[in-house]
Structures are given as structure tokens and as C-alpha cells.
Design a protein around this ligand. Structure first.
Ligand code: PLP
Length: 391
């Protein structure tokens, strides 16, 4: 169906940070399929894990034990400090599971009209509940009535959350540690700790959507770890499978014990190949020290961009965390995507005026420098040319 505004480009294959189109032209990938191919294209370890498992067992119903799931859950809980994992197939599904946990948590406390506090500019998915949690009225348009039970407040502003402390029926607070689709927004330092503190005191679940910023991208395994906190519930997808579809909802404490047999499930969730793919991704991030690499590369890219764009009229800010980088302009700039494509560079623009860079964590220094110099040149050229959207 007509759901995507597609670019006129078809890729045949990829390797590392590079993609080749059907005519054999080469493109530098600074988007990673929107934070998915974090260990690059056609990584030999990932390819081998998928093919090995495909020869053994493609699917196994969740009415049996699934070894690959148990091993992956073991690894993810160890890395995150969470206790249990529910596996599914996408980010929206992981967030659906988190929302259901918040509601179970509320009903257990005797709250039968629970509210989940969500954020302005948030993005949590396209299913009805996750769309209701998403702070984008354009994405919601035409799909009403939205499921109820969500209350939206300003992101990054602790006072608005604090002001809700006396509200009787709050079950949870759901947010992204760094907002992705909303414009690569990094909240003020200490904000996540303060949210954690309020949630703990009020017995609200702290739900963190790490679907875009998790799996090493921010320079730590999970972006909230920069603030030394642990959420009650965390969702993952995108980079978890390195390109193979898989999602996960992780929980600790009381939240980890809320689901019981029959209360939630998925036919394909925790598929053996998906779990072997995710294990290979985790092993690669560990073996190649890719969290540290993402932090170092992020610094390198952001400082080159800041230096190259300093004093350029029209550039509002260069910001980000690790390899999740946004360059905010003072005007809509979606044309930059096609301009970059002509220079064989793949980028994205989100929230209309924020250039978003999400390159793979296996990027070489020289590739990072190439991304920076091309983006700087394009932004300067774009801002120097009066456009219709700028007027
Ligand atoms: N949450 C965040 C933060 C996302 O960035 C996305 C996708 O962009 C989603 C949830 C939804 O994930 P999916 O498209 O896999 O359903």
C-alpha cells in the first residue's frame, strides 16, 4: 500500500558502511536503515549465525522451550541489569508489551483507570496504543479515536512531571532517553535520574524506549546507563537484530513478574533465527568494543560538524549522543536527503528541520570524516540557496 514516500533508489547489496545500487553505484550509509544495521551490512558473524540456524530450525512454537531465546535473554539481562525478557518482532510490539505491563501494574494496585505519562515529540510506533503514546498529531491524524489512558507532558522538563505527583491514577512514565524521530533531542543531564527518583517514590513504572538509542549507539549499551540508573521496563528492537526483525521488552523488579502464562504472547516472537542474529550482534559489539567506538566516533563527527558549521547562519545546533547525531537548521530541509543522495551519501531529515545521522558503529575514521565533510558542504550549499520552504 501507499505508506512510504520512497526515494528512487534500489540497493542490491552492502558491506560494512557501504551499499551498492542495481547499477553498481556505491553509497556511504550514514543512516543504517534508521539505526538498524549497527554492525554494518553483511557482517560475516551475523551472516554465519543466521545461515547456521536456518539449516537447523527455522521456527519453534513458544509452547516449547527455545534455547536461542534463553541464551539471548541471559545475555541481555546481564548487560542491562534487568531480570526477564519478552521477545517480539518489532519496536511497536515491544512498546505494546510495556504498555500492557504498566496497565497490569496499575490494576494490581487497585487503579482501574490508569494513565501513562508520555512526552511531547515522542515516537513509540504505529500500532494504535503506541500511536496514542506518540507525540505527533500528524501521525495520529485520521486514526481516531485514539486509545485513552495517556497524558502528555513536555520532554526534558522535570517540573511538569513533578507537578503530577498528587495525581491518583498514574501507572507509569514512558519516554525515550534520547528522542529520535522527535529531532534527536537529548534531555538535560540529570533528567533521567530525576524521573527515576519520582517513579520510585510514587511506585510508577519507569519505561524507557531504547529502540533507537539502545544497543551501543549512544556510546553505552543503553543510553540510560550514561546516568547510572535502571528503568523498570526497557524496550529494544531496530539494532538488536542488526537487520533481522526482533523486538524485546525487558523488565526488572515487580514489573518482571506481572505477565503470567496466557497474559501475552506472539507466534513469531523469539524466533530461533532472530535470537541467533541478536546473539551475533551482541557478541560483535562486545568483541569489537563498539560501545566505546560509538562514543569516540560520535565525538569525532560532532566536533568536525561543529567546527565546519560554526558561524554558518541557519544552523541552530549540532547535538547528539554517540552515533545518534542531529543538526538542527532554522528552516525545513528535507531537500537535503536528495542532495546527499546525489553525492552518494545516505542521510535522513526528521522533525522537518533536523538532519539525522545514524551511521553504523563499525565506521572507519576516514568514513566518519567523509560523512562530516560532505554534510558540511551540503548544509552550507543549502543554506546559501534561497528555497521556497525557507521563505
Ligand atoms: N520507538 C522508537 C524510539 C522508534 O524510533 C521506533 C521506530 O522508529 C519505534 C519505537 C517503532 O519501531 P518499529 O518501527 O519497529 O515498530
Amino acid at each position: 500500500m501507499n505508506t512510504y514516500k520512497r526515494l528512487p533508489l534500489t540497493f542490491a547489496c552492502g558491506e560494512g558502511a557501504w551499499l551498492w545500487d542495481l547499477q553498481g553505484n556505491k553509497y556511504l550509509d550514514a543512516l543504517s536503515g534508521i539505526a538498524v544495521t549497527n554492525i554494518g551490512h553483511a557482517h560475516p558473524r551475523l551472516t554465519a549465525a543466521i545461515t547456521r540456524q536456518a539449516k537447523l530450525l527455522l521456527h519453534c512454537s513458544n509452547i516449547y522451550r527455545v534455547a536461542a531465546q534463553e541464551e539471548l535473554a541471559e545475555k541481555l539481562t546481564e548487560l542491562s541489569g534487568m531480570k526477564r525478557v519478552f521477545f517480539c518482532n518489532s519496536g511497536a510490539e515491544a512498546n505494546e508489551a510495556a504498555i500492557k505491563l504498566a496497565r497490569l501494574h496499575a490494576h494490581k494496585r487497585g487503579l482501574h483507570d490508569p494513565i501513562i505519562v508520555v512526552m511531547e515529540s515522542a515516537f513509540h510506533g504505529r500500532t494504535l496504543a503506541t500511536l496514542a503514546a506518540t507525540g505527533n498529531t500528524k501521525a495520529q491524524a485520521g486514526f481516531g479515536p485514539m486509545p485513552s489512558g495517556f497524558l502528555r507532558i513536555a520532554y526534558g522538563d522535570i517540573d511538569t512531571l513533578r507537578a503530577l505527583r498528587r495525581k491518583r491514577n498514574i501507572a507509569a512514565v514512558m519516554l525515550e532517553p534520547v528522542q529520535g524521530e522527535g529531532g534527536v533531542r537529548v534531555p538535560p543531564t540529570g533528567y533521567l535520574q530525576q524521573v527515576r527518583d519520582i517513579c520510585t517514590r510514587k511506585n510508577w513504572l519507569m519505561i524507557l524506549d531504547e529502540i533507537q538509542c539502545g544497543m551501543g549507539r549512544s556510546g553505552r549499551w543503553f543510553a540510560h546507563q550514561h546516568e547510572g540508573i535502571t528503568p523498570d521496563v526497557m524496550t529494544l528492537a531496530k539494532g538488536l537484530g542488526g537487520g533481522f526483525p526482533i523486538g524485546a521488552c525487558l523488565a526488572q523488579g515487580e514489573a518482571a513478574e506481572l505477565f503470567a502464562p496466557g497474559s501475552h504472547g506472539s507466534t513469531f516472537g523469539g524466533n530461533p533465527i532472530a535470537c541467533r542474529a541478536a546473539q551475533a550482534v551482541v557478541e560483535t559489539i562486545i568483541n569489537d568494543d563498539l560501545c566505546a567506538r560509538a562514543a569516540a566516533l560520535g565525538e569525532r563527527l560532532m566536533s568536525s560538524l561543529r567546527e565546519g558549521l560554526s558561524g554558518t547562519q541557519g544552523v541552530v545546533e549540532v547535538r547528539g549522543k554517540g552515533l545518534m547525531i542531529g543538526i538542527e537548521l532554522d528552516r525545513p530541509c528535507t531537500e537535503l536527503v536528495a542532495m546527499a543522495m546525489e553525492k552518494h551519501l545516505l542521510i535522513n531529515v526528521t522533525a522537518e528541520r533536523v538532519i539525522r545521522l545514524l551511521p553504523p558503529l563499525i565506521l572507519k575514521d576516514s568514513e566518519a570524516d567523509q560523512i562530516a565533510s560532505t554534510v558540511i558542504e551540503l548544509v552550507r550549499q543549502f543554506l546559501a540557496t534561497p528555497t521556497e520552504s525557507a521563505s
